[in-house]
Design a binder for this molecule. Sequence first.
Ligand code: C2E
Ligand code: MG
Ligand code: MG
Ligand code: MG
Length: 291
Amino acid sequence: EARATAPGYSRFYSPQLTTNIQHQQKLTEELHRAVLEKQFELFYQPQVDLETGRFIGFEALLRWHHPTRGLLTPAHFIEPLAGSSWANAVGNWIIKTACRDAAIMNRNGNNFRFAVNIFSQQLRLGQLEEHILTQLEEHNLPAELLEIEITENILLDQEEKAINQLDALREKGCSIAFDDYGTGYASLSMLKRFPIDRLKIDRSFIRNIADSREDTAIVESIMKLGKVFKLGVIAEGIEHSTQRHLLLQQGCTTGQGYLFGHPQPLSQLLPTCAGTLPESVLHDSLQPFSG
Ligand code: C2E
Ligand code: MG
Ligand code: MG
Ligand code: MG
């Protein structure tokens, strides 16, 4: 304790910092194990038509069944995972699993669109396009039913590679959504440079939309941008019906949020949307990360 307050020591030898580093190291080891032992699962959150409440599609969201801490949301692990050398393998597994599940959910003639979030590493390695096309074909899934969600950081990280691969995917029919729109530094100018089909209004602008003129103005502006750039707009984080109504008033007709459904495992969505889970999937819920 005395040492920690002495000049020069506090910064480098604080017990807090040691604990953080130890925590990070442990987390990295546990993540490696999670990759090897397939402790991940995809949950799906509905995206709906705000007018009717009808499901349009689903966003795939990663969950980790931690051996001792239970079910973890990405806030607990996504940053170290994204920065690790396994990001590409896990990212590929996410695409593969989402395509498999999309095919299952669409068996009965549904046309649900599936949205997946990607890691920067997947673009950096340059195999995203190839991997997605392989998985679409493997699961006999029309490219129109797959949407790639991408954030500003990921786009800026790999500008040219990103544009090329996203262009190619769009040519095949996939769509690209700009996730967390409005939170980045370059949100405006990027619309001119990047191939994008949809803006996802970040939930920080939706949260207080009922009370905040500023947030209302931001949403209005995003709707205008959508119109001018001919992009779809979807709002995330809708929790209350007031938010839904205000969005509809502004012309925003698609959304996602706890009001309509939490992220859920496929097995819970299937009965209401597409019948029952096939045997092959029941015994195979945690899949290998190869391919
Ligand atoms: P995101 O892509 O913006 O995903 C939306 C997040 O908002 C999800 O959190 C979702 O559970 C949460 N959410 C949805 N509706 C509501 C609502 O009404 N209220 C509130 N408060 N929250 C809501 P989640 O699943 O914890 O994921 C957090 C972030 O982690 C995601 O943000 C995404 O950036 C990242 N992530 C999640 N899954 C994946 C994945 O498979 N791959 C990659 N690369 N990133 C992922
Ligand atoms: Mg997303
Ligand atoms: Mg988002
Ligand atoms: Mg977000």
